[in-house]
Design a protein around this ligand. Structure first.
Ligand SMILES: C[S@@+](CC[C@H](N)C(=O)[O-])C[C@H]1O[C@@H](n2cnc3c(N)ncnc32)[C@H](O)[C@@H]1O
Length: 244
């Protein structure tokens, strides 16, 4: 039986999708407000920078993996309404919030896929842009996910990831650790009445791959011209890779 990380716990890989899914079901209604509170609004700037790097003017078909409540999906379609967009997420509740967010802004011709990226193997579909914001950390089988992503990326297509990282400076890293492991769960309890889900969030950041490890994974899975961009606060990175 293969094992995987779930925060600080080692669990059977087969249990992780359901455990992650339960977390996002529980936090879905408070997800957006919690993002603003936990990051002091900084996630909005990170997402704007991420969208700039996606170079949306040249994109025809885009896939937003782990779309969640749809911040990135909305940004993509607002910046270039001619893009054929697919939003993918295994969590029914999160994707419903995404659908509603897009509809409220007048975007109704979006394709939604309720499934994990590990199970997404569409025939006759390929994308010139594939995005994952704050979702890569939650995948169960990164190898399987990257094989699927590579197979549906067009030659010349771009794959872009945004996620947390640990700061490089020791003092700042300890401060960030204290904040993610102690303050965020308390905030989760106060705002979303859910301490455990936000405890998982902190732990999943602390046990996540380093930017170099992710960069190596992208290269090992066939992506070229990979690049790592450390965001200014040094708690998040953007990864880019292309299919040749
Ligand atoms: C932290 S949210 C990110 C939402 C959004 N992209 C954002 O930036 O606000 C992570 C999302 O990843 C989804 N997710 C978890 N495991 C996944 C998987 N294996 N494949 C695709 N999405 C997954 C969850 O359901 C959740 O909606």
């Amino acid at each position: 039986m293969t094992k995987t990380k779930f925060g600080y716990k080692e669990i059977n890989s087969s249990s992780k999708p359901e455990m992650v899914n339960n977390i996002f079901t529980s936090v879905s209604s408070k997800y957006d407000i919690m993002n603003d509170l936990m990051s002091f609004g900084l996630h909005r700037g990170w997402k704007r920078q991420f969208l700039r790097i996606c170079d949306l003017s040249s994109v025809n078909n885009a896939l937003d993996i782990a779309c969640g409540t749809g911040d990135i999906s909305l940004g993509i379609i607002q910046k270039n309404p001619s893009i054929k967009l697919t939003c993918l997420d295994p969590n029914q509740e999160m994707i419903e919030f995404c659908k509603q967010k897009l509809l409220n802004k007048g975007f109704s011709k979006i394709n939604f896929e309720i499934k994990s990226v590990e199970n997404y193997k569409p025939k006759n579909k390929n994308y010139d842009l594939i995005t994952v914001a704050f979702g890569f950390r939650n995948f169960t089988d990164h190898k399987k996910a990257l094989v699927n992503i590579y197979n549906i990326l067009k030659p010349g297509g771009r794959f872009v990831i945004l996620d947390f990282k640990k700061p490089r400076n020791n003092f700042y890293s300890n401060l960030f650790k204290m904040y993610t492991l102690n303050v965020i769960p308390k905030l989760g309890k106060l705002v979303a009445n859910d301490e455990d889900s936000y405890k998982y969030l902190g732990e999943s950041i602390q046990t996540y791959f380093s930017p170099d490890e992710i960069n190596d994974m992208l290269k090992e899975n066939g992506l070229i011209n990979t690049k790592v961009i450390n965001l200014i606060e040094d708690v998040a990175t953007i990864h880019i890779g292309y299919k040749s």
